[in-house]
Structures are given as C-alpha cells and as structure tokens.
Ligand binder design. Structure first.
Ligand SMILES: *[C@@H]1O[C@H](CO)[C@@H](O)[C@H](O)[C@H]1NC(C)=O
Ligand SMILES: *[C@@H]1O[C@H](CO)[C@@H](O)[C@H](O)[C@H]1NC(C)=O
Ligand SMILES: *[C@@H]1O[C@H](CO)[C@@H](O)[C@H](O)[C@H]1NC(C)=O
Ligand SMILES: *[C@@H]1O[C@H](CO)[C@@H](O)[C@H](O)[C@H]1NC(C)=O
Ligand SMILES: *[C@@H]1O[C@H](CO)[C@@H](O)[C@H](O)[C@H]1NC(C)=O
Ligand SMILES: *[C@@H]1O[C@H](CO)[C@@H](O)[C@H](O)[C@H]1NC(C)=O
Ligand SMILES: *[C@@H]1O[C@H](CO)[C@@H](O)[C@H](O)[C@H]1NC(C)=O
Length: 637
C-alpha cells in the first residue's frame, strides 16, 4: 500500500502527461470567460487556475481534440458560493457538459445560459439555486441529461420542457415546484423524478410509466402510479390543445357505440373458433410426426437434418424451459445447419428434447444451457427481433461461422424458421466475467485483456466481421483462463431500427447517435472493457459518483479532479510493482475510448501495444499463446 502511494506521483505524472499531450494552442475566448467566472465566484483555495498555462490543462476543464474550445466544465464540490455571474459560463458557447453540482451556488441561473446551444448534460443538483424554473433551459434543445434536483426552485414546471426532445433524464426532485405536472411526453426519458416538491393534481398518462418513488413526497399528487384521484373533485393536468387530455380507459369504453360492441363480440367469437381449429390441426400433425420419428431415428452425422422436428414441439416428456414454437411446418427446409468441421452429432429434435436452463436474457435474445440426452452440453441462443430474410440470415451466418480462432467462441450451428432463430455454440463452464464474481488478480486481468484483444483483432482482420456487442458478459473464460469473445456479428440481423447493443455503457458516442456499429466502435467498447478491468467498476454504474457519467468520462474526471491514482480497483492495490503496467494499460484504454473514432487505434495496433507492455518477470504465463484448440462442450459437460 505504502509502496503504491509513494509511486502514485509517478502514476499521476504519467497519466497526466498522457491526457494532456499536444498542449500547444488554446481557446482564448473561453479562457477569458472562465477566468472571469472564477474571479467573481468565491471558491475553495485548492481550485487554482494558472492563467499562464493553457485553459485546457486546468482542473475541471476538458477541451476538444483540437484544443480550440472548452468541451466540458466540471467543478463538483469545490465550494463555489453565490450567484453565477452573467457573461462568464454563458460565453462558453461550445460547451457540451456542465457540472457545478454540490456547491453553494444560489440565485437564479443567468439568462445567457441560453447561449449554450450544444449543451448535452447539465448537472446543477445540490446547490441553493432559487426562483422559477430557468427559462433558458427549455431553449437548450440538445440536452439529454438535466439534473437540477435538491435546490430551492419554486413555481410551476413549464410545459416548455417538451422542447427538449432528446432528454433521457429529468431530475427535479427536492425542490419547491408547485402546481400541476405538465404533460411531459418525450418517450426518450428514462430517468424521471419530481419527488419531494409541492405538486398537485393528477399525473398525466404520459408519465404514469414511471414508478411511484418518482412522484413521492408531493402531498396533493394523485393518479397512476400513485393512488387514484378523488373522482368527485377531478383535477386534470392542464395541457395545450395539441395534446389531448388523458382519458381514463373506462370512459373510452363507454363511448363505444352498440355497433362497435357487436362487431367486437363477433370478432372475438371468430378468433376463438380459429384458435380451436388450429389446436386440433396441430395435435393431429403432432401425432403423425411422432409416429414417423419412432420409425426412423436419425443417424449420428454432421449436417443431419431435423425431419422429425415437429414431434418435439408438443412433447411433454421433458422439463425443458426452451419451448420452441413454430417448428412444425416446413421441417425439411428448416434444418439445424452445422458448420464444417463441427464436432457435434445431434439434430433439432435432440436439441428440443434437451433439458434446458436459462443462462441469461441478453440484448439479442435468451441463452439456454441445453444438456442433450447423450450428455453433450451446448449453449442455444434464441434470437428475438430478427428482421432479415432467410437468405440474408444465412449469408451472415456463413460469414460468422467461418471464423476460427482460439479466442473466438465458434458458432457450431444455426436454425432459421419463420418463428424461431437459434444459434448453437460451445458451452464454457467457467462462464462470463459478469458481476458478483471473486476479484481477479492482475495477471488474470492482463490475460483476459490480451486474449480478448487477440480474438477481436482476428474478427476484424481475418473475419472482416464487426463484433458489435462487446461487453463483459460476452467475454467467456475458458478453463485455462484465456478469454474468448462470443455473440459477434449479429447486428446485421436486426436491421437499423432496433439497436441490439442495448447495454449503454459500452456504446461509442457515435453509435448512440447513428446506431451504426463499426470497427472503431468495437475498439471503443473494448476500451471500456479495459477500463472495467482496471477500475473494477462496471460501466454506467451508479457508484461512479456523478449520475449519468460513463466510465471513460469518470476515469478522466477522477484523474483530473482528484489528482490521485484512485481510478484503479482497490483489489489491485495488494499487488506490488504493477503500477507501471496498470498505467500503460490505462493509456491504451483511454486511446481506445477517444470520442473521435479516427483517433482510436485499430484492434491489431491495440494488441501490439498491449504485447509491448513491460511485464517484468511475470512474463511467461502471458506471452505463451495457448496451443490447444478451444474446448468442446463434450469436455466440460
Ligand atoms: C462574453 O461575451 C460577451 C459578448 O460576446 C462579451 O462582451 C464579454 O466580454 C464576454 N465575457 C468575457 C468574460 O469574455
Ligand atoms: C503558473 O505556471 C507558470 C508556468 O507553468 C509557473 O512559472 C508559475 O509559477 C505558475 N504560477 C503559479 C501561481 O503556480
Ligand atoms: C481540427 O482542426 C482542423 C483544421 O485545423 C479541422 O479540419 C478539423 O475538422 C478539426 N477537428 C475538430 C474535431 O474540430
Ligand atoms: C424551443 O426551442 C427553440 C429552439 O429550438 C427555441 O427557439 C424556443 O424558444 C424554445 N421554446 C421555449 C418555450 O423555450
Ligand atoms: C428557499 O426559498 C424560500 C422562499 O423563496 C425561502 O424562504 C427559504 O429560506 C429558501 N431556502 C433555502 C435553503 O435557501
Ligand atoms: C394546485 O396548487 C395551486 C397553487 O399552488 C392552486 O392554485 C391550484 O388550485 C391547485 N390545484 C388543485 C387541483 O388542487
Ligand atoms: C426520486 O428521488 C427521491 C429523493 O431523492 C428518491 O428517494 C427516490 O428513490 C427517487 N426515485 C427514483 C425513481 O429515482
């Protein structure tokens, strides 16, 4: 521990040098505005900005890559007191992130905040601001995160917050807002909180999807998810004519004409009849197929068909939780297709008979561990929301199925029918590095980093495949502690409408906007994975301190604001002489998570840099590339 602390100067120096290379130009206008702000706002002594240095080197400031403007200003908890002066922060017109949380700032927000047109995150919580909801805020139409909670704002919440069409977070709790809640209709909002204000009236239906604790502490607020409003004294939320007032569902039912009711009844009867017919047909067909299956048990050969697949669909004999539907029709065409060189010999019927256990519900579908009757264990992934045609599906599967590398989990087989899309791969008993495991030592973390990097580099270079969904749960550990990547190359199956990569913390900023994954966005996600290994924190987790900040920005802010090496996982402090390696890996990670895609290295470059990390004496375990092929499921079943 002491050794580590003594060396932390070196660590910090290295990190700082890394983060601040290319300090040659600076944003002059922004610098003047910042100096004016600090000069007029009392603050703690430890916040010192040296005017003879570039503003981009100051604590709490981040510039763009060209050092031509201030990109983010973060001064949380530095004892700022009083009103924000006009013509200071409002002059930073290129600002994207502003955090002044946890200070003692008061008064109203200056009206020139309306100049911060590009602002995306505004954190002003835990201050003493007062007055009406700042009129300048609804004009910042790029805002995605707004937190003005725990202040002393009063008056009503304006309907104009609907102007903020990109909003994902709206935190207004612990203020003195009164009146009724406007109909805030952005579906983009994920985090919403207006608790502990003085709001009254009914909760608009557009907001009733949030949980009760988002509204608690407002004595006179009522309606879903809170208790219903008193029907004799209705208190509808005022909303402009363009948005119809929320109607309770019972009212709409009453308005239905008699004709409509008759039509609905007839329709329901018809549907019931149809269902019964289908059921009878299915039962008959199932019987026929079961008989067929008994007569011709399929031979054990690769690429075996699933001629008798339908039988299993209605088979009550297993405790399978993988109830695959719609397998009965077109059985001949809908075979379980194995890739060449496969090691398995089972067919779809066997698979459906296997006892299945849910391994996890991922962003692209549910994974099952299926133990076949003969003892083989495989992982079956049941994809949901696939939009491509059979042809496109097969083309992508052929591309993905060709990839062979020690650090890539091979796809063994796939199945496509109208209703079901299944992927079959090996089962790794060691599992993924999800949360809640025992902490890994440093050597194992380096090993995971390097082997994952090699797997990805192979995907990119030899396979020409974008992984598209790199995250900890898609990195599986083999028995020998090398890692391999799974779930790659699936994005093309989901079209551009649904982003299958729904784990936000790993997504590159440009992917959040364009929803298009690239080789460079894979590099970003890999960088986040490295940061996870280094910090022991999962991306986007609440414990990062500031809400809404992602892991890369958290690391940057800690390194900049706290001036210590406290980004690293405390678990790693136990090991000696690894600081330099940690800092080198941190530098690689930070290069990977650069916000500008072109500034990120390619995966082969990343691997080369990791291989060049000076690993001292403990070299051998890491450098040796594992020669054994990845283990088949037969071994670890
Ligand atoms: C802020 O901008 C205004 C208008 O452009 C300018 O007059 C003022 O001097 C600027 N303030 C500072 C501190 O640079
Ligand atoms: C400001 O920075 C300059 C050059 O880096 C240095 O010479 C000077 O001592 C610094 N001033 C203070 C108050 O730290
Ligand atoms: C950086 O500056 C160059 C020219 O000086 C310009 O072409 C480029 O677009 C700038 N990049 C960014 C990210 O602003
Ligand atoms: C809504 O945003 C536009 C700019 O996008 C702005 O001109 C307008 O004033 C805003 N409305 C309110 C009520 O702030
Ligand atoms: C909040 O505002 C109210 C009225 O504007 C005032 O009485 C109260 O003292 C303020 N509270 C704080 C903590 O400033
Ligand atoms: C809600 O509170 C405001 C004052 O804050 C009051 O004028 C209004 O009548 C109240 N509405 C209801 C339905 O209680
Ligand atoms: C809303 O804020 C209150 C007070 O800070 C908190 O207790 C509650 O858990 C929050 N609810 C949600 C859903 O964030």
């Amino acid at each position: 521990m002491e050794v580590f602390l003594r060396n932390s100067f070196v660590v910090v120096a290295l990190v700082v040098v890394f983060l601040r290379h290319r300090v040659d130009s600076e944003p002059t206008q922004d610098k003047l505005a910042l100096l004016a702000f600090l000069a007029q706002t009392p603050h703690e002594n430890r916040l010192q900005w040296n005017s003879s240095n570039s503003a981009c080197t100051w604590v709490g400031i981040q510039c763009d890559s060209n050092l031509s403007f201030v990109y983010s200003l973060r001064l949380p908890g530095v004892g700022l007191v009083g009103q924000i002066p006009a013509n200071t922060i409002g002059n930073l017109t290129q600002l994207r992130i502003l955090s002044l949380r946890a200070n003692r700032l008061s008064g109203s927000i200056p009206s020139d905040f309306s100049n911060l047109k590009l602002l995306r995150s505004l954190y002003l919580q835990n201050n003493l601001f007062s007055g009406e909801f700042p009129p300048s805020i609804p004009q910042l139409d790029r805002l995605t995160r707004l937190d003005i909670s725990s202040n002393n704002f009063t008056g009503s919440i304006p309907f104009a917050v609907n102007n903020l069409t990109h909003l994902t977070r709206l935190y207004l709790q612990n203020n003195g807002f009164s009146g009724s809640l406007p109909s805030i209709s952005q579906s983009s909002i994920v985090d919403f909180n207006v608790s502990n204000n003085h709001l009254n009236g009914s909760i608009p239906t557009s907001l009733s999807r949030f949980q009760a604790s988002s509204f608690a502490g407002n004595i006179d607020l009522c309606g879903v998810p809170l208790p219903p409003c008193n029907p004799f004294f209705p208190s509808p939320a005022p909303s402009p004519p363009s948005i119809p007032p929320p109607n309770p569902p019972r009212k709409t039912a009453k308005k239905l004409s008699k004709a409509a009711i008759i039509a609905i009844s007839v329709g329901a009867a018809l549907i019931l009849l149809l269902l019964i017919l289908i059921l009878i047909l299915c039962l008959r067909r199932g019987q026929r197929r079961r008989q067929a299956a008994k007569t011709q048990k399929p031979t054990a050969a690769a690429r075996s068909g699933a001629g008798a697949a339908g039988a299993a669909a209605g088979d009550p004999g297993t405790s399978s939780s993988m109830e695959v539907t719609g397998v009965s029709g077109e059985a001949e065409r809908n075979k379980l297709l194995f890739f060449d060189g496969g090691i398995y010999s089972f067919d779809l019927e066997d698979l459906l008979r296997a006892s299945a256990e849910v391994l996890g519900k991922g962003s692209v579908g549910t994974s099952y561990k299926a133990v076949l009757e003969e003892g083989t264990t495989v992982v079956v992934k049941r994809l949901k929301d696939v939009v491509v045609t059979r042809k496109e599906f097969e083309t992508q599967m052929e591309l993905v199925g060709r990839i062979k590398h020690d650090n890539v989990l091979p796809l063994r087989a796939y199945y496509y029918s109208k209703d079901e899309k299944l992927l079959v791969s090996d089962y790794m008993s060691a599992g993924s590095r999800g949360s809640g495991r025992t902490p890994l030592d440093w050597d194992n973390r380096m090993r995971i980093a390097l082997s994952t990097g090699r797997g990805l580099a192979h995907l990119h270079v030899s396979g020409k495949v974008i992984h598209g969904n790199i995250k900890a749960s898609n990195i599986l550990l083999r028995q020998d502690h090398d890692a391999c990547v799974s779930d790659f190359g699936l994005n093309p199956l989901f079209g551009s409408t649904t982003p299958p990569n729904r784990v936000a913390g790993y997504r590159a900023p440009e992917v959040v906007e364009t929803r298009k994954v690239t080789f460079k966005s894979d590099v970003y996600s890999f960088g986040v994975l490295l940061l996870e290994l280094l910090t022991g924190k999962s991306p986007n987790q609440a414990s990062l301190g500031e809400e809404g900040i992602d892991l890369p920005r958290w690391v940057q802010s800690v390194v900049r604001e706290e001036w210590t090496a406290e980004v690293f996982d405390v678990e790693l402090m136990r090991y000696q002489n690894i600081e330099e390696e940690m800092v080198q890996l941190l530098q690689i990670a930070m290069a990977c998570v650069s916000t500008v895609p072109d500034q990120r290295p390619s995966m082969p470059e990343v691997v080369r840099m990791m291989e060049e990390i000076n690993r001292g004496e403990t070299d051998d375990g890491l450098r040796q590339s594992s020669d054994e092929p990845s283990k088949g499921s037969g071994d670890n079943a």
